[in-house]
Ligand binder design. Structure first.
Ligand SMILES: O=C(O)CCC(=O)C(=O)O
Length: 334
């Protein structure tokens, strides 16, 4: 019998066997005429964003929409996160991360040791976040009508143990993505509670989405750095910084080249946010070999191979092709 190919093995491991072929979900793009004098590079024509919002995103690379996700939905995401932490549900393909300092300590398993879960695309309850009409309505302004959910995360930023490891170094999300074009990728990040500088809000460097993808490496932090938390050293230290203070349900949409990170959690609580990156169904894969993303590729594949005990080597494209889900319109090239 022929040996399974790496993608086939991954499919088995992630429990994706028998998943129906992607179907077409009808999109209802809205459009309005745009004056020939207006030049927009980062947003698409529709009647969702006001001109002011559109110009803000074009200029700054992010846009906060207040009170977008309901308390009831956030409660459902919290409840499901609890079930995952208690081991009551075990979604296929989910990656559970622990803070570097907590991971080495003796604390009993549970919410208090889990700093992040990612790849929850097989968890129906959490994945509802990526299909909420109020989220997709805005996402479409950046991706266009064919929308793929490409990367999912729920971050449970723990109280800092004093080693400052709860910080997330400044980075660009595109560093982790082997597909393009960048302008039709967007992150939706929703605060699951009040988030400010005390519990480690997002910090963004406005306008940096207009620059190139920069070199990312682990920062030289004394207390240690969490797995895959690569950062940028070479950024303009004079660039303005904006700390995004957000209320429960507020959602920020941001460009994958926007330099951002988050601060230390100085509170006693576990700061929660849920996020999804979306990309146009027309995106195409790129080979990151020989580029600044190569170190990320090697480390990520090693991590996935180890976590899911995959013996054969898989490629970044294999990995992403099992992560991505169609949420609106048609799956075309991604
Ligand atoms: O939620 C956070 O603390 C930071 C998240 C972030 O920047 C990321 O995961 O790319």
């Amino acid at each position: 019998m022929a040996k399974d190919s790496a993608p086939a093995r991954l499919r088995i491991v992630l429990g994706h066997l028998g998943r129906p072929a992607p179907r077409t979900i009808v999109a209802h793009p809205t459009s309005e005429p745009v004056s020939p004098h207006q030049q927009f590079q980062y947003t698409l024509n529709n009647n969702v964003l006001s001109l002011k919002q559109r110009k803000f995103y074009e200029e700054n690379g992010f846009l906060v929409i207040k009170n977008l996700v309901s308390d009831a939905d956030i409660q459902r995401f919290r409840d499901e996160f609890q079930r995952i932490c208690k081991g009551e549900v075990k979604p296929m393909g989910l990656i559970i991360m622990k803070d570097v300092t907590i991971a080495k300590s003796e604390i009993v398993p549970g919410e208090k040791v889990i700093s992040k879960i990612q790849d929850f695309q097989e968890d129906e309850e959490l994945f509802r976040y990526c299909t909420l009409p109020e989220i997709l309505k805005y996402v479409e302004c950046f991706t266009g009508p064919n929308i793929m959910a490409v990367h999912t995360m729920l971050i449970n930023k723990p109280p800092d143990t004093g080693k400052k490891t709860s910080r997330h170094p400044l980075h660009q999300d595109l560093h982790y993505f082997p597909f393009r074009p960048s302008n039709t990728i967007v992150c939706a990040w929703t605060a699951m509670e009040h988030i400010d500088r005390n519990n480690g809000c997002l910090v963004v460097l406005p306008g940096t989405h207009k620059g190139p993808l920069k070199q990312h490496d682990y920062p030289q932090w004394e207390g240690g750095v969490n797995i895959m938390y690569h950062g940028i050293q070479d950024y303009d230290r004079n660039n303005a910084r904006v700390h995004l203070v957000m209320e429960k349900g507020d959602t920020v949409f941001f460009h994958p080249l926007l330099i951002h990170g988050s601060g230390r959690n100085k509170s006693q609580g576990f700061r929660k946010s849920i996020s999804c990156h979306f990309a146009s169904g027309n995106s195409h894969y790129i080979d990151v070999k020989g580029t600044g993303q190569e170190n990320m590729e090697k480390e990520l594949l090693k991590l996935v191979n180890k976590r899911h005990k995959i013996e054969d080597n898989i490629t970044l494209k294999d990995l992403w092709s099992f992560r991505v889900r169609l949420v609106k319109g048609e799956r075309l090239t991604l």
